[in-house]
Design a protein around this ligand. Structure first.
Ligand SMILES: *Cc1c(COP(=O)(O)O)cnc(C)c1O
Length: 423
């Protein structure tokens, strides 16, 4: 494999000397790391759930905090020697509660799914009924998929979207809530590009005496930057990831009011998890610090501005953009009017160096494409580049063969002007 990643990028992501040690000891894995850095740098990362963490976050992740065992919570651990990592967790919790205006934060969930599992464990009993967005409309696996613990242990009912507008139909949500009397209502999605109406969900939850769980894994970074409304004033529990728009390490987080704090904490540890990952928690603290800056506020707004330009561009090129646009970082679109389905589109775009996902469509059984602007915006791309991406996108979609190679070269050139890691 030819390695062309800039030395600066290697130093910033793999801490120089440490990387040399890895390369000497385990060249096979070192090649994977270098190759992946090169892949991330010379193609366009349009997966809506991905981002580029800062070198500071990567430094915390790759630190000796990874060696520490720390079951329990700061000041009450089952292991000795936790004084310093306790400080890291206290800082992470303080920053999270301040950033999101929450009374309580649990920063230990290993992932978004672990956060949701713990929220259910805190509030529900097996067999309880839960109302969440149906999977074909953008619900996550943890919102009742039969392949997931949620669908196995709880009785999920799915709400959909209006067939015409593609928007959540709150009358349908209310009707389903009245009929099924769920113990909890979940709002949040993996592909719905609009903000949930948290106040409307709260009213419906109160009408039927249900808990309201906001699974804000995707928009949490937009919320931090003031570019999306916050569920914190409305939801009993807010679940999130820290690695999507929020740009932190791979992991989860739960926010709630003081009255549920103890139940949530016990549901995370010891009910669903063991030792906390202190290197990740330190990295979460770093990310929350970054997300509290004016630069991050500007970033979050630019992410949405970029997504709007991209959504408008794709619609003009003939894609059926779900809900007719976006309010977030995320765009879901059906490429069927261009004569291809989502899987084929993803393949053609990948061949041209534009990496994204397929997604379920709220109608029929075809698949659409789902993309987002969090990563390219971190690289510094703006409206002009989104117009360029729209053009490259369309070219890659329409042609195969020689044209794809031409587009691939242009994608490499565009990505090369915005290195995610530079000295
Ligand atoms: C990403 C996501 C999750 C799961 O996060 P993981 O870290 O992959 O487990 C859960 N719910 C929603 C709505 C998500 O978007």
């Amino acid at each position: 494999m030819s390695v062309t990643a800039a030395p600066d990028a290697v130093r910033m992501t793999h801490h120089g000397a440490d990387f040399d040690a890895l390369r000497r000891q385990d060249p096979q894995i070192a090649e994977v790391l270098l190759g992946e850095l090169e892949r991330q740098s010379d193609s366009l990362q349009l997966i809506a759930a991905e981002n580029f963490t800062s070198p500071a976050v990567l430094a915390a992740l790759g630190s000796p905090l990874a060696n520490k065992y720390a079951e329990g919570y700061p000041g009450a651990r089952h292991h000795g020697g936790c004084e310093l990592v306790d400080t890291a967790e206290r800082i992470a919790v303080e920053r999270a509660t301040a950033l999101f205006g929450a009374e309580h934060a649990n920063v230990q969930p290993h992932s978004g799914s672990s956060a949701v599992l713990a929220a259910y464990a805190a509030l529900l009993k097996p067999g309880d009924s839960v109302l969440a967005m149906g999977l074909p409309y953008g619900g996550h696996l943890t919102h009742g998929s039969p392949a997931n613990f949620s669908g196995r242990w709880f009785d999920f009912v799915g709400y959909g979207v209006d067939a015409e507008s593609g928007l959540i139909d709150y009358d349908q949500v209310r009707t389903l809530a009245r009929t099924h009397r769920p113990k909890a209502i979940v709002c949040g999605s993996i592909s719905y590009p609009r903000h949930p109406d948290y106040a409307a969900f709260r009213v419906i939850a109160d009408e039927v005496g249900a808990y309201l769980i906001a699974d804000a894994a995707h928009p949490m970074g937009l919320i931090a930057g003031g570019a999306a409304p916050s569920p914190v004033p409305y939801a009993d529990v807010v679940c999130a990831t820290t690695h999507k728009v929020l740009r932190g390490p791979r992991g989860g987080m739960i926010l709630c009011g003081s009255e549920l704090a103890e139940r949530i904490d016990r549901a995370v540890f010891p009910f669903t998890q063991g030792g906390a990952q202190m290197h990740t928690i330190a990295a979460k603290a770093v990310a929350f610090g970054e997300a509290s800056t004016p630069a991050f506020t500007a970033y979050a707004h630019q992410v949405v501005a970029n997504a709007r330009v991209l959504a408008d561009g794709l619609e003009a090129e003939g894609f059926a953009v779900l809900t007719g646009g976006t309010d977030t970082h995320l765009i879901s679109a059906d490429p069927a009017p261009l004569g291809v389905d989502g899987r084929k589109a993803r393949g053609r775009l990948a061949a041209a160096g534009m990496v994204l996902d397929t997604c379920a469509l709220p109608y029929g059984d075809g698949r659409g494409i789902r993309l987002g602007t969090a990563a390219v915006t971190t690289q510094g791309m703006r409206e002009t580049e989104m117009e360029r991406i729209t053009a490259l996108f369309t070219a890659a979609m329409r042609e195969e063969g020689e044209e794809t190679r031409k587009v691939r070269t242009e994608v490499r050139e565009l990505a090369g002007r915005f290195p995610p890691y530079q000295g």
